[in-house]
Design a binder for this molecule. Structure first.
Ligand code: FAD
Length: 329
């Protein structure tokens, strides 16, 4: 009998999870259902830097799987088509601990900033380091994941899922990868938006990133560059604020003087699907008397691109466990 698995969500988390499940359970029929795709998802507009600035050892374990996956893609012939490549840059931060933060162990070659670079940041930050990591461009990576999913026999439907009740009976198991929408489906009131605003500019002479432990960053992509940012918990406002854009550009130019002269292209707003901690967990949901196995994978907040592959692998393992060891759910 063919196993039927439904995935709610077509952002980076839903697509990665669907692909990871196809790899883990080669004979399952996997269907993605979502009300927004590629360009219209938060994942498409994210800065896309692989930098999971977190401390939780379990989450960093999942991030390690992402690191292995993205670094291997960046080394492969799929680097161009997938939009995943290596990037060098600076990380600037405050705090009293002079040690590099714990997550830097997932970066490639972290080193102290040479003294002559101090002027770049000493007015705003206490510490800085240089590192190599990966950049994942959503506008290329989401279509690349989608193509792979379809090539493996996956099906995609445009649909808003109001409740798990609609899916009980049609699927052996459902993945909840609905980003900000996941909270309503799972009845989890802790899911909330953290509004972000970015500005797209053209500055092809700047090929390195600058990131910080506050809201300021500059990430070059292959065809433009992204300047951030904003962190507004609780706001659902999707309209860019022109005053914020001007502030971001001015403050980023102070931190990165070579940015001067960048051509402004566009503004974009996205809502980070946030929670105190990412949720990758299995449960059995009672749907009007029918039992439905659900694996949740949501609440990635500011680090969803970075954590996507690692949480997808954990999700696929939970799916395998739930469908092979029936008593566990
Ligand atoms: C400005 C900004 C910059 C960022 N920069 C980075 C970065 O540099 N690095 C990084 O790692 N992360 C970054 N992030 C975070 C990252 O973008 C998110 O964590 C990630 O995109 C979340 O992915 P997702 O798939 O969970 O959600 P989404 O991309 O929002 O996808 C959710 C999907 O679920 C669907 N859906 C929701 N509800 C329903 C429903 N009821 N029925 C059917 N479908 C539904 C939607 O249509 C969509 O397809 C950034 C975010 C922002 C806003």
């Amino acid at each position: 009998m063919v196993l039927r698995i439904g995935v709610i969500g077509a952002g980076v988390v839903g697509l990665s999870s669907a692909l990871a499940v196809q790899k883990r359970l080669a004979h399952a029929q996997v269907d993605i259902m979502a009300d927004r795709f590629t360009t219209y998802t938060t994942s498409n507009g994210a800065g896309g830097l692989f930098m999971p600035r977190l401390q939780d050892p379990d989450v960093l374990d999942m991030a390690k799987d992402s690191a292995d996956f993205f670094y291997s893609l960046a080394r492969s012939a799929d680097s161009g088509p997938s939009g995943v490549s290596f990037i060098n840059g600076f990380y600037l931060y405050n705090g009293d601990d002079e040690q590099f933060p714990v997550w830097t162990k997932l970066m490639i070659s972290v080193r102290e900033l040479p003294e002559e670079f101090r002027t770049m940041y000493e007015k705003h930050y206490k510490h800085g380091c240089m590192m190599t990591t990966a950049i994942i461009e959503g506008s290329k990576y989401l279509p690349w994941l989608t193509d792979r999913f379809i090539a493996n026999g996956g099906r995609i439907t445009e649909k808003t899922v109001e409740s798990f009740d609609e899916l009980a009976g049609d699927y052996d198991l459902v993945l909840n990868c609905a980003g900000l929408g996941a909270g309503k489906l799972a009845n989890d009131p802790t899911v909330h938006p953290v509004r972000g605003q970015v500005m797209h500019v053209s500055a092809p002479w700047l090929t390195y990133f600058v990131n910080s432990d506050d809201t300021h960053y500059f990430f070059p992509h292959s065809e433009d560059a992204v300047i951030g940012g904003v962190r507004q918990p609780g706001s659902y406002d999707l309209a860019p604020d022109p005053q914020e854009s001007r502030r971001m550009l001015r403050e980023m130019e102070e931190r990165l003087p070579p940015l001067k002269g960048a051509k402004i292209l566009s503004d974009w707003v996205g809502l980070r699907p946030s929670r105190d901690r990412v949720r990758v967990e299995a449960e059995t949901v009672n749907c009007r008397g029918k039992q439905l196995k659900v694996v949740h994978n949501y609440g990635h907040g500011a680090f969803g691109i970075s954590l996507s592959w690692g949480t997808a692998v954990r999700t696929a393992n939970l799916v395998h466990q739930a469908l092979t060891a029936r008593s566990k759910l």
